[in-house]
Design a protein around this ligand. Sequence first.
Ligand code: AMP
Ligand code: ZN
Length: 443
Amino acid sequence: MQVRYWDREVETQDRESLEEKQLEDLRVTVAVALNTPFYRKRLASVGMQSAEDIRTMEDFYKIPLTSKDDLRDAFPYDMLAVPLEQVVRLHASSGTTGIPTVIYHTRGDLEGWTELAARSMTATGMTRSDVFQNMMTYGLFTGGLGLHYGGEHIGSLVIPASSGNTKRQFKLMKDFGTTVVHATPSYLLHLHGKLGGEGISTADLALKKAFVGAEPHSENVRKKIEDLFGIDVYNSYGLSEMNGPGVAFECEYKNGMHLWEDAYIMEIIDPVTLEDREDGAGGELILTTLKRTATPILRYRTRDLTSIYPDECPCGRVHRRISRIKGRTDDLLIINGVNVFPSQIEEVIMKMPESGTNYQILVEKSGALDKLTVKVEVGSQVFSDDARDLNALIERVKDNLKASISISPAVELHEHGCLPVYEGKAKRVFDLRNGDADDIIKR
Ligand code: AMP
Ligand code: ZN
């Protein structure tokens, strides 16, 4: 495979020079962070008053972790490190819990982000000859604008389609010969389901690649999208606190996401004991910005669960890879004392050929016990089968789930198109034990 680099020097430098530069940039970042009321106080609590206090990485590890709640408490300006005149944009994270978290960017910050986006997209083999249709939402959410500027920077033709409006997405794809799309994995599955209804087949499309991100998805979902469209699908990881897309991306080898370590320091910790777990055991990803000036963030708890791959990637990039996100520390379901991640359930469902592209997980109280129900979409032909076959399929889904998560859930089969579809991040888990009485739920 001929590897394509955006910035060969930065991507293939040796480990030692990368780490030296990280420490240098870390000191600059700490100096900038000390301009904010939040970090002045936070760093003073561990006796740090200036960047001089960071001499080695051991000093860095003394810095307390920053949480999402810290960002909320600092709303709106306690984490802003430069005068407002230097700020040219803000993004805010999905504020489902009330107060949003706001990230400010200087012009330089945006340029840095665009570089990372262009580097990420190039790593998948994308070039300026590609036609890039961006189906992520444009706005406060970072999915739209982040890769938009990356695509332009590469020089490809960017179609700022934004999310939703399936009919128009198809028309744009056909009219302009779209070769690369960016969307949530659930939206791409939904899109495929609508192809036939529009009288289109995948052979009418020039599509070659898709970048998928913004929500957890299993390897089986990747395979499903790849098979349905006959394309290559690359995993893209990012979060608004760290810019957005362009934090970690798969290269053409599709074997985990290179996390751009010249721009971020990554650590993996045990989310309970907070101890370092960089030995491949996996845990919560902690990130520190190294290039940002408006909103520098030190040792941020992403709540995302992953691990660092110890081996080198054949592409020759020095930046280490992280595994697919297994879930978030806050989406672990404890069902009658058994720990279950929604991703385990998805893995099982998506492996079964009968299952469609959508599912829902419901947890509720049944007397003193917890009850887990898994709703799975299946093709309509399943319903025309003999009732005995239907029951046999339900039993098979149950058995497969039991083998993976050690509990036997109730399983419901639904006809394709019956479960809700989301244009942005999909909501698939409804934990009614905690009053998650989202009325979108269809019962
Ligand atoms: P937001 O800041 O609203 O863009 O949300 C960022 C969060 O989306 C991350 O912290 C992850 O939990 C999730 N996310 C983003 N990209 C991925 C991905 N490729 N796989 C799994 N989860 C993702
Ligand atoms: Zn690679």
